[in-house]
Design a protein around this ligand. Structure first.
Ligand code: PHE
Ligand code: FE
Length: 290
């Protein structure tokens, strides 16, 4: 994840590219236990909910060895599979730094883990969200290429002043994406697979809209950072997502400059609607997602 609003360089102790040592041997038994609890919860939840690519990635990386994974060990497997690696960062990093890592097949992951009393509450992405949520998908060659392309696309969008639009693509795919498969609707977004409550809500709740993915539609749709999504976009598969991003975004960005945002809960005549949500959850005021 990245964030705007950084003024100076990296915090003390971090390298110029904002990475730090993971310091794996310094995690406490309590911190390892938090990982184990979260891991077991999600591992029990996700068969039949997460897409096969995610479940295979989880297996391939063997994130179940007990305790917080050591990046050095994860990277041995990940590097062999797709040439990606995980690097530790203190927290959110500036957009340009984030994109540079992605463009070079490095995924920046928060080094810290949430507190035991905050299992369902996260202000900033921690190591569980970043590693459990994001890294399994990076074992898939198509998704791996998509993420690298996104990093390059991010650098370009920054230069063109269209990051707002490209960030929505990240949000509605990498973080909160759903996929239609032969077995049914499945999750691939990291923000969903790493959340107990949203991995149910995203698939089963009648409240949110579920729409077939459309690039420009997504780029015009704002998102919620504080609660469950009000709309999810469904891709037919990873290859189709990658293909849709191979086109030159220049003309799209030019159209975006003139286009207005779409209300988050709106359904348009052109939308291909899988679920016309009741929006009951959002209308009742929501309540922080976990
Ligand atoms: N094709 C996009 C462009 O021309 C780059 C991109 C690739 C963006 C993949 C996002 C994901 O800017
Ligand atoms: Fe994330």
């Amino acid at each position: 994840m990245s964030a705007d609003g950084f003024s100076g360089g990296p915090p003390e102790g971090a390298r110029p590219d904002w990475t730090i040592d993971q310091g794996w041997s310094a995690y406490t038994p309590d911190e390892h236990r938090v990982w184990d609890i979260l891991y077991e919860r999600q591992a029990a939840m996700l068969p039949g909910r997460a897409c096969d690519e995610f479940l295979h990635g989880m297996e391939a990386l063997n994130l179940r060895r007990g305790g917080i994974p050591d990046f050095a060990r994860v990277n041995e497997d990940l590097m062999k599979l797709t040439g990606w690696s995980v690097v530790a960062v203190p927290g959110l990093v500036p957009d340009d730094v984030f994109f540079d890592h992605l463009a070079n097949r490095r995924f920046p992951a928060g080094q810290f883990i949430r507190k035991p009393e905050e299992l369902d509450y996260l202000q900033e992405p921690d190591i569980f969200h970043d590693v459990f949520g994001h890294v399994p998908m990076l074992t898939d060659p198509t998704f791996a290429d998509y993420m690298q392309a996104y990093g390059k696309g991010g650098q370009r969008a920054l230069g063109l002043g269209r990051l707002k639009n490209l960030a929505r693509l990240y949000w509605y795919t990498v973080e909160f994406g759903l996929m239609q498969t032969a077995k049914g609707l499945r999750i691939y977004g990291a923000g969903i697979v790493s959340s107990r409550a949203e991995s149910i809500f995203a698939l089963d709740d009648p409240s949110p809209n579920r729409l077939v993915f459309d690039m420009e539609r997504v780029m015009r749709t704002p998102y919620r950072i504080d609660d469950f999504q009000q709309v999810y976009f469904v891709i037919p598969g990873l290859q189709s997502l990658l293909d849709a991003t191979l086109q030159d975004f220049g003309p799209i960005y030019a159209r975006m400059a003139a286009a207005h945002d779409i209300r988050i809960e709106a359904m348009l005549p052109r939308d291909q609607v899988l679920t016309a949500g009741t929006q009951a959850y959002a209308r009742a005021g929501g309540k922080a997602a976990g």
